[in-house]
Ligand binder design. Structure first.
Ligand SMILES: [Zn+2]
Length: 340
């Protein structure tokens, strides 16, 4: 049905082909498939290498990581939402309650929406980790959260590819690589206190923290991801997320940690919570914990790259739907502000 219109007015479409085309005519899987295990692996073997020294907030390794992200965004020709060449949102050292943290920054890149540019979807992950211990062991943080960080780079590339074909998303997308997560969700706290785009125009946050491994509970079944928070604020978001997965990806969506009585309280433990407490619907994508969690052995050789790619595709396709649907997601539940 959609193609009849295309055939009826080819001249107009040709004239507009470098501009935006009807995004409804695009097949988002064409762009999801630009997210590949090979590219994720290439990024992560750099990003979680010893050269980045465990990416501790404020330390030289974190600065290298920030520069790496900036270089990648510039190569993708994604603009800064701050202006000019400034892809860094400085986070004041006064925000850090623990330890003596040197200046640090969130890394931000932006794709302006074609129809509702004032409405913004935030896709986030933290790029900091815990650094080097007193014995000189480097904590590479390949899964935590190198996996989410390189996932965002590939998701950004997929949106850029679509945009080059004329399928710019209707709503704007902010790619937000936060710092200071391991110091207490500090970068995301600062972002939501001093948002680049008003929180009231922020339609959702998709947060990725550890999506490259298989936890012991799923040994032998790697076709899963834990979803946390999808139904807490917006029934719309939960239904959209389920429908996108059923249509395109078919991962087992495991809601074990979404249970309010789960003792791990993961809902309060990564960056999405700073959005959720401000009434912004969120989904937290997570593979669960494992023996290498917060150990020097969280290394890139242990990542399951095919699984990482599949999970990143799910985030991309969910983002695509949120950014392109006609109506903004409806918030129909009250925020839970009982976290820290
Ligand atoms: Zn993490």
């Amino acid at each position: 049905m959609k193609k009849i219109l295309v055939l009826a007015i080819p001249a107009i479409l040709t004239a507009c082909s470098a501009q935006n085309k009807k995004v409804e005519n695009a097949d988002p899987m064409d762009y999801a498939n630009t997210i590949t295990a090979a590219e994720l692996k290439e990024h992560l073997y750099t990003f979680a290498s010893d050269e980045f020294e465990g990416r501790e907030t404020g330390e030289p390794g974190q600065k290298k990581a920030a520069e790496y992200l900036k270089k990648e965004y510039k190569e993708l020709e994604l603009v800064s939402p701050i202006g000019g060449d400034d892809y860094f949102q400085e986070v004041p050292t006064s925000y850090f309650k623990r330890g003596n943290v040197k200046p640090t920054e969130n890394v931000v890149a932006y794709l302006k929406g074609s129809e509702k540019p004032e409405e913004v979807l935030v896709i986030s992950s933290h790029y900091d980790h815990v650094g080097i211990d007193d014995n000189g062991n480097i904590y590479n943080g390949a899964d935590d959260d190198g996996s989410g960080t390189v996932g965002i780079l590939e998701i950004a590339e997929a949106f850029v590819e679509a945009s080059k074909d004329g399928y710019t998303p209707k709503r704007s997308i902010l790619f937000l690589n936060v710092t200071g997560e391991e110091k207490g969700l500090v970068g995301s706290k600062f972002y939501t206190d001093e948002p680049i785009f008003p929180l009231e125009n922020t339609v959702a946050n998709l947060n990725i923290d550890m999506i490259g491994r298989i936890d012991p509970q799923h040994a032998g079944n790697d076709n899963y991801v834990y979803l946390i928070g999808s139904d807490k604020l917006s029934t719309d978001l939960h239904q959209l997320s389920e429908a996108v997965n059923a249509r395109y990806i078919n991962l087992d969506l495991d809601y074990t940690y979404n249970d309010e009585n789960d003792p791990n309280r993961f809902y309060y433990r990564s960056d999405h919570y700073n959005f959720a407490k401000n009434n912004i619907p969120i989904i937290f994508y997570f593979n669960g914990t494992h023996a290498d969690y917060h150990k020097p052995t969280d290394t890139p050789d242990k990542i399951e790259y095919d699984v990482l790619a599949k999970r990143a595709k799910l985030v991309f396709l969910t983002a695509w739907e949120i950014a392109n649907r006609d109506a903004r997601l409806v918030v129909d539940k009250a925020a839970d502000t009982t976290g820290k």
